[in-house]
Design a protein around this ligand. Structure first.
Ligand code: DHB
Ligand code: FE
Length: 284
C-alpha cells in the first residue's frame, strides 16, 4: 500500500523564484527564509518520496476569472510551469502520475466532491516555487507531481471545512491505492498577505502564529473562521491558508512537527515553512 510520509507547507511568493534564478539564497534579505529549507532538504534526502500531491491555487495561468473551478485535480503524465506575468519560467518539467490521479479522482467523487479533471494542465508559481525550493539544482525532479487546485481567487470560495474534508478524502484515497509509492503532501501559499487595495501590505502576525501553533496538533481550530473572516484576518490573499488546511486534512494519521520557520516579510507576505512527519493510523 502507498504511504503518506509527511507534509510540507510553504509560502509560494513569486519573488522567491526570482531569488532562486539570481542565486540570492545567501543574500541577507533572503537567507532567513531559505535557511528554513535546510531541515526539509535533509528530510527529503532521507525519505525520498515518489509522489508529491500539491494543494495550491492557480493565479490566472491555467484558470482565469471566466472559468474558475472550486476544485481541480491534474490527471496528466507531465505538467509544465509557465510564466503568468512575474518574469520567471522554470524549465524543469514535472512528471505526473496519471494512474494515481485517477484513483484520487474516483475516490473523491465517490466521497461527493465534484472536481474538474484536468488531463492537460499548466502549473504556476504556486507549484513551481515550492518544487524549486525543495529540490534545488538542475537535475530532473526526483518526485512526481499530482496538482490539486483550490479556488482562493474568485469569490465565493470553498469553506475551510470543505477544503479540510477534501484533504481527508484525498488522504484516504492515497492510503487505499494499491501501489507502494511514498507520498508527500504539500500545501502552498500564505501566510497573511494582501496585494491590492487600501490594505495592501496587510500582515497579521497573531493570526499567522495561531495557524502555525495549531496546524499540527489541532487543525480543526483553523476551521472556526469562515472564508470571509480569514480574508479580514489574513488579507485577500492570506486566504491561501485554505491550501494548507486541505493539505493538513490529507494527513489522517498521527503527525509530528519536525521544523517550522516564520519570517516577515518576503515581498508583501508573511512567509512560513513547516515540515510535518506522518505515520498511519493504527487500526484497533
Ligand atoms: C506575492 C505573494 C503571493 O502568494 C502571490 O501569489 C503573488 C505575490 C507577494 O507577496 O509578492
Ligand atoms: Fe499566491
Amino acid at each position: 500500500m502507498s504511504k503518506i510520509c509527511g507534509g510540507i507547507f510553504t509560502s509560494h511568493v513569486p519573488g522567491i523564484g526570482k531569488a532562486i534564478a539570481q542565486n540570492l539564497q545567501n543574500d541577507p534579505y533572503w537567507k532567513p527564509f531559505f535557511d528554513g529549507f535546510d531541515p526539509i532538504h535533509r528530510w527529503l534526502a532521507a525519505e525520498k518520496p515518489d509522489v508529491a500531491v500539491v494543494f495550491y491555487n492557480d493565479h490566472g495561468l491555467n484558470f482565469f476569472l471566466d472559468k474558475m473551478p472550486t476544485f481541480a485535480i491534474g490527471a496528466a503524465n507531465e505538467y509544465r510551469h509557465e510564466d503568468e506575468g512575474w518574469g520567471i519560467a522554470f524549465a524543469r518539467p514535472f512528471q505526473g502520475h496519471a494512474d494515481l490521479s485517477w484513483h484520487i479522482i474516483e475516490h473523491v467523487v465517490a466521497s461527493e466532491f465534484d472536481p474538474v479533471m484536468c488531463q492537460a494542465m499548466t502549473v504556476d508559481h504556486a507549484v513551481a516555487v515550492p518544487f524549486e525550493l525543495c529540490w534545488p539544482g538542475k537535475d530532473a525532479f526526483p518526485t512526481k507531481l499530482i496538482p490539486i487546485a483550490i479556488n482562493t481567487v474568485q469569490h465565493p470560495l470553498p469553506s475551510p471545512k470543505r477544503c479540510h474534508d477534501l484533504g481527508k478524502a484525498v488522504g484516504r484515497a492515497i492510503e487505499s491505492w494499491g501501489g507502494n509509492e511514498k507520498v508527500v503532501i504539500f500545501g502552498t501559499g500564505g501566510l497573511s498577505h494582501q496585494l491590492e487595495g487600501e490594505r495592501a501590505g496587510h500582515i497579521n502576525v497573531d493570526y499567522d502564529k495561531f495557524c502555525l501553533r495549531n496546524l499540527a496538533p489541532d487543525p480543526e481550530a483553523l476551521l472556526q473562521h469562515d472564508t470571509l473572516d480569514i480574508v479580514e484576518l489574513a488579507g485577500s490573499q492570506g486566504v491561501e491558508i485554505l491550501n494548507w488546511i486541505a493539505a493538513r486534512g490529507a494527513l489522517t494519521g498521527s503527525v509530528r512537527e519536525l521544523a517550522s520557520n516564520y519570517h516577515v516579510p518576503i515581498s508583501n507576505t508573511a512567509a512560513a515553512t513547516v515540515l510535518l512527519s506522518h505515520s498511519e493510523r493504527v487500526l484497533a
